[in-house]
Design a protein around this ligand. Structure first.
Ligand code: ATP
Length: 253
């Protein structure tokens, strides 16, 4: 593929697109992952391709929630690895969260490739690999329901960037606190999660890492206070308002 000139007005967006299409060619990402990326791009455009104030608020709450967790797990799929493998590993190191591969279109080859990338980025341990016995997550069928016993199955808090609605709902229904990063504030995932960060994964993860570092030494009651100040439906509404403001700005005659 041709080099993208840095002067291109859509440089950042094109760089991400290139990473996604290369990951597909390398067998890391299923075709539907590219479509999911396209849906995200459209919402990112409407958000002004910036982290909004409500997203910052959700990132703070997410950091507090991860630090309060007993067994936090980061669920990783093809899109997440294609765009942010390094940040996933860094977040895992800084927060103590485990990393688990969890794919919608799971094949042993894709799982091996994703495991290799995470290990190359320095992951201490990767769960959800081909060498593991799986348990079944209620509310789902087929390979999508397979989770690691030491990972998602026993997790109290799960960070699921770019999840599909059924699985986010199944995780929530099984009593877990679900944190998601999803550019679409209207998706079923966004609406069924405990904390939704309406932002691009590539902007949200570095900010989440920073926030975890900042809050690491805080007293538990302070973190709990931060969480009780957070209201997900309200925050989703604020993200929608941000989109509407951009929209109205753009349609001035
Ligand atoms: P749901 O089932 O939750 O209603 P969906 O069917 O739209 O959602 P998918 O197509 O499975 O979900 O997943 C794509 C979701 O991920 C979309 O909501 C899209 O906005 C979001 N998304 C795509 N790329 C990114 C990204 N880089 N950062 C954050 N979110 C993203």
């Amino acid at each position: 593929m041709e080099e993208i000139p840095q002067s291109h007005p859509r440089y950042q967006s094109l760089v991400l697109r290139k990473k996604i299409s290369e990951a597909h060619k390398a067998g890391i990402l299923a075709e539907s992952g590219m479509i999911a990326h396209g849906r995200g791009e459209a919402f990112d455009y409407l958000l002004g391709e910036k982290t909004t104030p409500p997203a910052r608020k959700a990132i703070k709450a997410a950091a507090a929630q991860i630090l309060l967790a007993k067994n936090p797990v980061i669920s990783v799929n093809g899109n997440t690895v294609a765009l942010s493998a390094r940040e996933v590993v860094e977040l895992s190191h800084k927060s103590g969260a485990k990393v688990e591969i969890n794919l919608f279109y799971r094949t042993p080859e894709r799982v091996d490739k994703i495991e290799k990338i995470l290990c190359e980025e320095g992951a201490d341990e990767v769960l959800g690999t081909n060498n593991e016995e799986y348990l079944h997550l209620n509310g789902l069928e087929g390979p999508r329901s397979h989770v690691s016993a030491r990972g998602i199955y026993s997790a109290d808090v799960v960070l699921v960037p770019l999840e599909d609605g059924d699985r986010a709902q199944a995780l929530f229904d099984s009593g877990k606190i679900v944190i998601t990063i999803d550019l679409n504030p209207l998706s079923r995932t966004a609406r069924s999660s405990s904390i939704t960060i309406v932002d691009n994964l590539v902007r949200a993860l570095p900010l989440l890492i920073q926030e975890v570092e900042k809050l690491k030494g805080e007293e538990m009651y302070k973190l709990e206070e931060m969480l009780s100040d957070f209201n997900n439906p309200e925050n989703l509404n604020d993200s929608l308002q941000a989109i509407l403001r951009n929209y109205h700005r753009g349609v001035k005659p």
